[in-house]
Design a protein around this ligand. Structure first.
Ligand code: FAD
Length: 314
C-alpha cells in the first residue's frame, strides 16, 4: 500500500494514525532483538514502519534485509529510506531492485549526511547530488510503483538554516514526484504550524507527516534535541530538569508533554504522526497510551497485511 493512501484514509475518516521508524542495529544480536521488538510493536497498530538508511556497505545491506523481513514475515508495510551518500547510480538501482522484489512500495528519498570521516557532503562520482535528483530517478525508473516521500525541516537543516531556500528545495522535490513530506523532529509546535503555513503558501499541497521523538531519558532528550538544533520550549525544561536523574519521572512527564504536543498537531488538522522510536518500545508506547491510541477490544488492530496470519505470526 502506498503511504499517500494511508494518509488520505486518515484524512478522509478523521481517525488518527501513526507509524514507527527503526534503524539498522550494529550487531547480529541487536538485529534479532529488534525483529522481536518490531513484532511486539506491530500490536500497537502502526500503519507502516520506516527503516533508515545508513551509508556504508553492511549497514545499507541491512536496511534492505530489514525491509524484506518487515514486508514479508512481520506483516508490516515498510518504507525504505534511501540516501545518495557514497552511492553511485548502480548501487542505488540495486537497493531499489531489492525493495521492489520484497514487495516494498514506499521510499523516503534523501541526500544523506556526510560520511562519519568527512565534514562536508560531497556527491559520489556517477551518483546524485540532491534528494530531488534521486526522486526524479526513482520516478523515471519505476513510474508509480513506489510512493516517494522526502524530508522537511521546520527548524532548518544541518547545512542550511535559510528557510526560504529550504522551502524552494522542498518544492523542487515535490515537483519531481514526491507525494508526502516527513519532518525532522521538533518540540516547538507553534513554530511547526507556522512552517506548515509557509509550506502551503509555496503551493506545496502534499501531506506533511510530523516526526515525533518521545522522551526516554533526560540525557538522550537533550542530546538529540541539541544534535538536531531543535528548540526546546522553556516550560519543558522547567518540568524535566528538576527530575533529570529519575528516568521513570522523566518518562512520565515526557509522555504528557509529547502527548499534549500531538493533540495540538491533531487539532490543527494533521491526522498522521511518525514516531522516532530509536528502536525502543517503552517511551513510544507510553505516549500512545496517554493518547488512548493503542488497540483495545473496542478498537481492534486493523492494519495487518493479509499474509501475516497465514504465516503463523498473528
Ligand atoms: P536535500 O533536500 O537534497 O538537501 C540537502 C541540502 O542541499 C540542503 O541544504 C538543501 O537546501 C540543498 N539543496 C537541495 N536542492 C538544491 C538545489 N537544487 N540547489 C542548491 N542546493 C540545494 N539521513 C541518513 O543518512 N539516513 C536516513 O535514513 C535519514 N532519514 C531521514 C529522515 C527524515 C525524516 C529526515 C528529516 C532526515 C533524514 N536523514 C537521514 C538526514 C538527511 O539525510 C540529512 O538531513 C541531509 O543532510 C539532507 O537530506 P535531504 O534529503 O533533506 O537533502
Amino acid at each position: 500500500m502506498h503511504i499517500k493512501d494511508v494518509l488520505a484514509e486518515a484524512e478522509r475518516t478523521g481517525e488518527p494514525s501513526f507509524s514507527f521508524e527503526y534503524f539498522p542495529p550494529k550487531t547480529a544480536q541487536g538485529v534479532q532483538n529488534l525483529y522481536d521488538r518490531m513484532e511486539r510493536m506491530y500490536n500497537f497498530g502502526p500503519k507502516f514502519i520506516d527503516i533508515t538508511w545508513g551509508a556504508g556497505g553492511r549497514v545499507a545491506e541491512l536496511t534492505c534485509e530489514m525491509v524484506v523481513q518487515a514486508q514479508t514475515y512481520l506483516g508490516l508495510e515498510a518504507c525504505m529510506h534511501l540516501t545518495c551518500t557514497d552511492m553511485g547510480e548502480e548501487r542505488v538501482n540495486d537497493a531499489l531492485r531489492k525493495a521492489y522484489k520484497a514487495g516494498c512500495t514506499n521510499i523516503l528519498a534523501l541526500r544523506g549526511d556526510p560520511p562519519r570521516d568527512k565534514e562536508k557532503w560531497e556527491a559520489t562520482e556517477g551518483g546524485f547530488r540532491y534528494a530531488r535528483d534521486l526522486v526524479a530517478h526513482i520516478r523515471k525508473t519505476y513510474g508509480n510503483h513506489f510512493d516517494i516521500g522526502v524530508a522537511g525541516y521546520p527548524e532548518g537543516c544541518d547545512d542550511n538554516q535559510d528557510e526560504d531556500l529550504l522551502l524552494d528545495h522542498l518544492k523542487e522535490k515535490v515537483d519531481m514526484g514526491a507525494s508526502f513530506i516527513v519532518t525532522q523532529m521538533f518540540y516547538d509546535v507553534d513554530n511547526f504550524l507556522r512552517w506548515v503555513g509557509r509550506v502551503r503558501e509555496r503551493g506545496i499541497t502534499v501531506p506533511i507527516v510530523p516526526g515525533i521523538m518521545p522522551i526516554a531519558t533526560y540525557a538522550s532528550f537533550l542530546r538529540r534535541a541539541n544534535h538536531m538544533k531543535c528548540k526546546i520550549p522553556d516550560d519543558w525544561l522547567a518540568k524535566l530538569e528538576p527530575v533529570k536523574n529519575d528516568d521513570v519521572a522523566v518518562r512520565d512527564i515526557g509522555k504528557t508533554l509529547v502527548a499534549d504536543m500531538c493533540r495540538k498537531i491533531l487539532a490543527a488538522g494533521i491526522r498522521h504522526l511518525h514516531f522516532y522510536t530509536m528502536n525502543l518500545a517503552q517511551a513510544t508506547r507510553m505516549v500512545l497510551e496517554e493518547l488512548d491510541w493503542l488497540p483495545s477490544p473496542d478498537r481492534p488492530l486493523k492494519q495487518a497485511l493479509p499474509w501475516k496470519q497465514s504465516l503463523g505470526f498473528g
